[in-house]
Design a protein around this ligand. Structure first.
Ligand SMILES: [Zn+2]
Length: 299
């Protein structure tokens, strides 16, 4: 009890952004951990956990070892051309972050850890790790602004959702890089670079071409644009992570036949009523009304 109160006191005195970042990190770690345990073989799990940590490190490496020197170089090169410098800055994140992911991938590929059937699981471990590094980095930056420190954590719900979406997008970009490296078609490494740039470019546009004074239109457009990338990333990862029947099960769920008691993946065809579905059992071939089977419910 006393510990609960102490914890609540600590949480309530923490800046909202710190609470939001911890919450986001917990959720991201949960996803990466779930994939690691469900999709990777026991001998690979410790390496994948290193991959999550390495991913977080790769983000900081990309920023301090690549991005800052690149920025300094471009600043001195384009002195007197501020418009070109601003445009050039749109290439920082794609170039440095994707390059850092390639460097991160090399040891795991050389060790022969990233096998064909587990590529999506590896991409999620490394991509979520990378995204978690970014969460820590951004939370630090936000917390450095004293005006944000009094905001309650739920004011940062946008941060939580956006960061989790970015973790998924990072993972899909890692998967594209894995595909390029494993197929030895290195030109395909350009694909994640271009996609990353396309994802970020409208942010630059929104600062150059304001559409309304409050920036609401751009806010909505940017949200839709990033959602498009998020959904595409989710589809790509889902396709590669799940077998066809798992994909249908993820969408429609499973049911137990009331007649022959077979647990089956629900078929595409069926009549839906709230809480129930009229469908054909693949085992006894008879039609029944069934309810969704839950892993934790008694059969
Ligand atoms: Zn049946």
């Amino acid at each position: 009890m006393r510990e609960t109160i102490a914890l609540e006191m600590t949480v309530s005195t923490m800046p909202g952004i710190v609470v939001a970042a911890l919450l986001t990190l917990t959720l991201a770690l949960g996803v990466a951990g779930w994939v690691l345990f469900k999709r990777l073989r026991l001998p690979d799990r410790a390496f994948a956990a290193l991959g999550v940590l390495g991913g977080a490190g790769a983000f900081f490496g990309a920023f301090y070892l690549l991005r800052l020197p690149l920025d300094q170089g471009l600043q001195s090169l384009l002195r007197g051309y501020p418009a070109w410098l601003r445009f050039g800055a749109t290439f920082y994140a794609p170039l440095t972050e994707e390059a850092a992911k390639w460097v991160l991938l090399i040891p795991f590929l050389l060790l022969g850890k990233i096998k064909r059937e587990h590529q999506a699981a590896w991409a999620i471990c490394l991509g979520f790790g990378f995204g978690m590094g970014e969460i820590v980095f951004l939370a630090q930056r936000i917390a450095a602004d004293p005006s944000t420190l009094t905001l309650p954590w739920y004011q940062s719900s946008g941060f939580i959702i956006e960061r989790l979406m970015v973790c998924v997008i990072h993972s899909a970009l890692v998967l594209l890089a894995i595909d390029a490296l494993c197929s030895r078609k290195l030109w395909r490494l350009l694909l994640p670079l271009v996609i990353h740039w396309l994802l970020n470019f409208p942010i630059y546009l929104s600062t150059r071409v304001p559409l309304d004074a409050a920036g609401i239109v751009w806010g909505q457009l940017l949200w839709m644009w990033s959602s498009l990338f998020f959904v595409s990333a989710l589809i790509l990862l889902g396709q590669r992570l799940l077998t066809p029947s798992e994909r249908i099960a993820a969408l429609l769920g499973k049911a137990i036949c009331p007649e022959c008691h077979t647990l089956y993946v629900r078929p595409w065809w069926g009549v839906n009523r709230i809480g129930k579905r009229y469908e054909r059992c693949p085992q006894c071939k008879h039609y029944h009304w069934t309810t969704l089977y839950r892993e934790d419910s008694e059969p």
